[in-house]
Design a protein around this ligand. Structure first.
Ligand code: BGC
Length: 729
C-alpha cells in the first residue's frame, strides 16, 4: 500500500536551503538547467513545453531529489493554451460569465493534459485607463464585472477538485492596484485612496479568495509607497488574515528583485527577506538561491513564516494530486484544438462582439446578390489571437475576407488592403476608394494588431495606427454604405470618423475562430448582443473616463465650447452655478463617446421593470439576508431573434463618504425570439448596498437612507427608489 506523506512530515526533514528552493518558480532555464533545478528540489518551473518534457522533469524531481517533491508547473494560460478564446476584455463584453467559464474549462483541460498545473490567470485589475496595454487582460472598468468574471474563470480552471486531470490552479492577479499606473504607462507609480483601494481595486480579489482561488500574484506597483512585494499589510493582514486566503502568494516576474529599484531594499538578499517576511510565498525568477546556496541569512527570516510559506506550497501540490501522480499521459496530451473546441470558441467569440452603431440597418449583410468589398489591414490578416498567447497557440484559422466569401457564396466578395497597420500608403487608399464606388457595401476591417496591447504596450494615443482613419474617410467619400469592424485590445478614440461611419462593430481580438465568428455576426447568422465593459473616450485627454466615478460637487449637464465667453464674476458672483462652472472640458461634449454597458442589436427591445415588493427594508432585514427583487419583461419588438443584457445599477444618494454615481450590481443576458418576451429577475441585498469604509476596523457598512435602483439595457433605463431604514431598537 502506498503511504501518503504529509506536508508537515516533509517540512520537518527539510534544510533551510531546501525550503527556499521550494519557494521559487525559476525563469527560463534550458532543459539541462531545469533538470538540475528539479534534482536540487526546486518548487516550481515554467512549462518546458511538452507533456514529455514535463514528465521528464517531474521524474527527476520525484526520483532524484532528496525529498521527491513533485513540481508545480506554471504557465500563463490567459485565454487559451492551444485553442485561443477571445481576450478577457472581449469576454467581459459578452456580459455572460459562462463565456469565461467555457474558456477556463477548456484551457484547464488542454493545459493539464500537457503537464501544466498552475496558470497565472485571471487578471482582475479594474482597468479604467485604456492607454494601459494590459486592459486587454482584464474585465474592464467595473469592480463587480471583474469579480463575476474572475470568479467564473477561477471556477472554470479549478473545477470542484484540483486533482482532477481537467483542473489547474488559478492565480488572481495583480494584487493590488497595478492598473492605476499613472498616465496609463505600464509599471508606473500608483497613488490610490483608501476608499478606492477597498471598494474598487481590492473587491474582485476579495471575491476571488472567497471563491477559493489557489494563488494570488503580487503586483509591481506600490500602495501608499510600500511596494506590493513587500507590503505586509496587504499580503498578510488583508489577504491572509482578514480574508483567510489559504493558498499561496506568488511574486510577479522579477518583482522581488525590483524592491531594490523601488528604493526600499538594499540588495537582492534584502529584497528576498523583505518579501518573504511580508507574506510572499513564492518568488518568480529564481533569485533566492545562487548555485543552491541561499542568499538570505537564515537568522534574518522568521522560521515560522518560512515554514508557513513552504507548507502552503506543499499543500497546493497535495491538492493538485501531484504526490499521488505527478505525470500526465503523453499520448493523451492536447497539442491543438479539436472540432468541439473550435466550435465552442467560435460560438463564444461571436457573443463578445459589440455593435456600437448601425444606421439604416447597414448590417447584417444581405445573403445574396451583393458586391461586397472587404478592405483594411484586417481584411486578410489573421492576427486575431490578442495579447498573452504563446508560440504554440493555434493560429486564427480564417481571415474575415475568407470567412465572408465562404459564408456568402451568392455574393461577390472582393478584397483590397486599403492601408497597412502602421505605414502611410495613399496609393492603397485611392485604390480601395475607387473599388468601393463600384461595390454595394464595404466592410472596413481595421484595428490594432495584437502586439499593441498587453504587457509593456501602453499607448499615448488611442487613435487607429497608420493611416487607417484616412482609409475610413476615403471609403466614406465613395458614397457606398459601409460598416467598420474594429479589432482592438482596448477602447479606442473613434471621434475622427464615427460621424461619417454608418455602422461600427467592435470585434476585439476573438481568438482562433475570430474570422468565422465575425463573419457569423456580419451575415446575421448571429445577432450581436455584447455590451461595452469599458467606456470608449471621445479623446485621449478625457482619460480616465468611466461610468462609475464618484459624485463631484459640480456635475456637468452639457459639454463645453471653445467659443465660450467667461461669465464676469463681478456681475454674476463667484458662486455662479451655471453650466460654465461645471466639471467638463471646453473642447469636448459631455461624457464618453460610448459608455460602459452600451451595445446595440439587429433587433429592438423594450424593457419593462417592476419591483416585486415594497422597496423599504430595515438594516436588520438586509443583514439577515433579505433581498429586494425586480422583474424585467424583455420584449423583442423587432424581426430577428436576439440577446439583450439587463443591467441593474444602484446609487447611494446620501452617504458618509462620496459614492459612485452608479454602480453595476447585477446583470443577465437573455435570449428573446423575435416578437416574444422573457422575464428576468434581478435582486439587491446587503452586499450590494454598502461599501468599505475608510476605517479598516469598521469594515463594510450599509448606511440607512435612500438609494436609486436603475434597471436598463445601456440605452434606456427605469428608476426605483429604495429606502433602508435603521434597525428597530
Ligand atoms: C506579468 C505577469 C505574468 C508573469 C509570468 C509578468 O511579467 O506581469 O502577469 O504572469 O510575467 O509570465
Amino acid at each position: 500500500m502506498k503511504v501518503r506523506v504529509q506536508p508537515e512530515q516533509i517540512l520537518a526533514s527539510m534544510t533551510y536551503a531546501e525550503k527556499l528552493a521550494q519557494l521559487q518558480i525559476v525563469w527560463r532555464p534550458d532543459s539541462a538547467e531545469a533538470g538540475d533545478l528539479a534534482r536540487r528540489g526546486a518548487g516550481a518551473l515554467f512549462w518546458p513545453p511538452s507533456a514529455k518534457a514535463t514528465n521528464d522533469l517531474q521524474r527527476i524531481a520525484v526520483e532524484e531529489s532528496r525529498h521527491g517533491i513533485p513540481l508545480l508547473i506554471g504557465l500563463d494560460v490567459v485565454h487559451g493554451q492551444f485553442t485561443i478564446f477571445p481576450t478577457p476584455l472581449a469576454q467581459a463584453a459578452s456580459f455572460d460569465p459562462e463565456v469565461a467559464a467555457a474558456d477556463a474549462r477548456l484551457s484547464a483541460k488542454e493545459a493539464r493534459s500537457s503537464g501544466v498545473n498552475w496558470t497565472f490567470s485571471p487578471m482582475i485589475d479594474v482597468s479604467r485607463d485604456p492607454r494601459w496595454g494590459r486592459v486587454v487582460e482584464g474585465f474592464g472598468e467595473d469592480p463587480f464585472l471583474n469579480a463575476v468574471f474572475g470568479e467564473a474563470k477561477i471556477r472554470g480552471y479549478q473545477g470542484n477538485d484540483l486533482s482532477s486531470d481537467t483542473s489547474i490552479a488559478a492565480c488572481a492577479k495583480h494584487f493590488v492596484g497595478y492598473s492605476a499606473a499613472e498616465g496609463g504607462r505600464d509599471y508606473n507609480t500608483t497613488d490610490i485612496s483608501v476608499q478606492r483601494l477597498h471598494n474598487v481595486y481590492l473587491e474582485p480579489f476579495r471575491v476571488a479568495v472567497a471563491a477559493g482561488v489557489a494563488s494570488v500574484m503580487a503586483s509591481f506597483n506600490a500602495v501608499s509607497g510600500v511596494p506590493m512585494h513587500a507590503n505586509r499589510e496587504m499580503l498578510t493582514d488583508v489577504l491572509k488574515n482578514q480574508w483567510g486566503h489559504g493558498g499561496i502568494v506568488v511574486a510577479d516576474a522579477g518583482g522581488v528583485g525590483e524592491l531594490v529599484d523601488h528604493g526600499v531594499a538594499a540588495d537582492a538578499a534584502d529584497a528576498g527577506r523583505m518579501a518573504l517576511s511580508a507574506g510572499l510565498d513564492v518568488e518568480m525568477g529564481g533569485s533566492l538561491l545562487i548555485d543552491g546556496e541561499p542568499i538570505i541569512r537564515e537568522d534574518l527570516l522568521e522560521s515560522a513564516r518560512l515554514d508557513d510559506a513552504v507548507l502552503r506550497v506543499l499543500r497546493l501540490k497535495q491538492a493538485l494530486g501531484l504526490f499521488d501522480n505527478p505525470y500526465v499521459d503523453e499520448l493523451a496530451a492536447a497539442t491543438g484544438p479539436d472540432e468541439a473546441s473550435l466550435e465552442a470558441v467560435r460560438a463564444t467569440a461571436a457573443r463578445c462582439t459589440v455593435l456600437l452603431k448601425n444606421d439604416s440597418d447597414v448590417l447584417p449583410l444581405k445573403p445574396r446578390g451583393q458586391r461586397v468589398l472587404v478592405v483594411g489591414p484586417y481584411a486578410e490578416s489573421k492576427d486575431h489571437l490578442g495579447a498573452w498567447v504563446q508560440y504554440f497557440a493555434s493560429p486564427t484559422t480564417t481571415s474575415i475576407a475568407e470567412s465572408l466569401a465562404a459564408a456568402l457564396p451568392e455574393s461577390v466578395v472582393t478584397t483590397l488592403p486599403g492601408a497597412t497597420f502602421f505605414d502611410s500608403d495613399p496609393g492603397l487608399q485611392a485604390e480601395a476608394a475607387a473599388a468601393a464606388a463600384e461595390a454595394d457595401l464595404v466592410i472596413v476591417a481595421v484595428g490594432e494588431p495584437s502586439d499593441l496591447s498587453g504587457e509593456a504596450s501602453s499607448r499615448s494615443s488611442l487613435n487607429l495606427p497608420g493611416d487607417q482613419e484616412q482609409l475610413i474617410g476615403a471609403i466614406a467619400g465613395s458614397g457606398t454604405p459601409f460598416a467598420v469592424v474594429l479589432m482592438t485590445g482596448r477602447p479606442l478614440v473613434v471621434s475622427e470618423w464615427i460621424d461619417r461611419c454608418p455602422a461600427l462593430l467592435v470585434a476585439w481580438h476573438l481568438g482562433t475562430e475570430a474570422g468565422k465568428a465575425i463573419s457569423d455576426v456580419l451575415t446575421g447568422a448571429v445577432n450581436p448582443g455584447g455590451k461595452l465593459p469599458m467606456s470608449f473616450p471621445r479623446s485621449v485627454g478625457q482619460v480616465p473616463i468611466y461610468y462609475n466615478h464618484e459624485s463631484t460637487g459640480r456635475p456637468a449637464r452639457t459639454g463645453g465650447s471653445l467659443a465660450h465667453k467667461r461669465p464676469d464674476v463681478g456681475l454674476t458672483g463667484p458662486n455662479n452655478t451655471d453650466d460654465y462652472f461645471k466639471s467638463k472640458y471646453l473642447d469636448l461634449e459631455m461624457g464618453p463617446q460610448f459608455s460602459f454597458g452600451y451595445g446595440l442589436s439587429y433587433t429592438s427591445f423594450e424593457l419593462e421593470s417592476s419591483a416585486d415588493q415594497t422597496l423599504s427594508v430595515t438594516l436588520d432585514e438586509l443583514g439577515a439576508g433579505t433581498r429586494l427583487s425586480f422583474t424585467t419583461v424583455v420584449r423583442n419588438t423587432g424581426t430577428r431573434d436576439g440577446d439583450e443584457v439587463v443591467q441593474l445599477c444602484i446609487s447611494d444618494l446620501v452617504a458618509s463618504v462620496t459614492r459612485p454615481v452608479r454602480q453595476l450590481r447585477g446583470f443577465t443576458r437573455v435570449f428573446v425570439p423575435a416578437g416574444e418576451e422573457r422575464r428576468v429577475s434581478l435582486s439587491v441585498g446587503f452586499d450590494d448596498l454598502g461599501f468599505w469604509t475608510n476605517d479598516h476596523r469598521a469594515g463594510y457598512v450599509v448606511e440607512p437612507g435612500d438609494f436609486r435602483v436603475e434597471i436598463g439595457n445601456g440605452l434606456t433605463s427605469q428608476y426605483f427608489s429604495l429606502t433602508v431604514t435603521p434597525s428597530s431598537p
